[in-house]
Design a protein around this ligand. Structure first.
Ligand SMILES: [Zn+2]
Length: 248
């Protein structure tokens, strides 16, 4: 019943903004970070490595981080049905923008235009120099690690290189956040998938869309912080709900 009504609402929408979180990628084998089986719950050292201060000041933290990047499941993960449903909305010409809290790049792998995807927490698929900002595909930098550089310096300025993600203690990129808020104010339907909507400022996309007159549809495995804004709240497995919701 609830799903049918939500599907009708999605079918009539013309400018959809999709907001995704870790829940859409768990079916692809990408673990989330703070859940019961999360990376940081099981390994507090990994969270320490994700803190920018530790990363910049401790070469050992960087060496461990590079080894971890070689091993991340992102390199073998494939987009799942959830990603494909979102890509379908873009093929239909109804996806205004895709705001994601994920850093795995799986939306682009599923066929979403990189120009449409707003990665508020960055991406592990690129490396970036902390000094000069030089950005290049992570695979190139990982080739240097495999060739023996335990902590590969920037090829341009010799500075410290990290993944192009937002670490703890690191500022978000204002232009990226501004764009996420702007598109949220412009949509006629906000579809939030697989996010607990508890991390700001990304979570603000939902009330901004609501205030601008958009319908709000939330799909998640458990309740979210923004359930009170939802016109349609769909709690359950993303892979069960999304194909019906978007009509694929
Ligand atoms: Zn540099």
């Amino acid at each position: 019943m609830g799903l049918e009504a939500a599907a009708a609402r999605v079918a009539s929408a013309e400018r959809i903004v999709v907001l995704t979180g870790a829940g859409i990628s768990t079916d692809s084998g990408i673990p989330d970070f703070r859940g019961p089986k999360g990376v940081w719950t099981k390994n507090p050292e990994a969270e320490k490595a994700a803190t920018i201060q530790h990363y910049l000041t401790d070469p050992e933290v960087r060496r461990r981080a590079w080894l971890g990047r070689l091993d991340t499941p992102v390199w073998t993960a494939e987009p799942n049905l959830g990603h494909e449903c979102v890509a379908t909305l873009e093929r239909q010409g109804r996806l205004h923008a895709l705001v994601t809290q994920n850093v795995d790049g799986l939306h682009q792998e599923a066929g979403n235009d990189p120009e449409t995807v707003i990665e508020v927490h960055g991406t592990v698929r690129y490396s970036r120099c902390w000094g000069c900002g030089d950005r290049r595909p992570m695979r190139e930098t990982l080739d240097r690690v495999r060739a023996g550089e335990a902590d590969p310096p920037c090829l341009v300025c010799g500075g410290i290189v990290k993944s192009d993600t937002i670490s703890f203690g690191q500022s978000l990129v204002p232009e990226v956040i501004d764009r996420a808020m702007q598109v949220s104010a412009e949509c006629d339907l906000m579809l939030a998938i697989g996010s607990t909507l508890s991390v700001y400022p990304a979570a603000n996309c939902v009330p901004i869309a609501k205030r601008s007159g958009a319908a709000v549809v939330i799909v998640n495995g458990q309740p979210t912080e923004m359930d009170h804004h939802a016109d349609h709240l769909l709690i359950g497995q993303i892979a069960d709900i999304l194909p019906t919701l978007v009509g694929v």
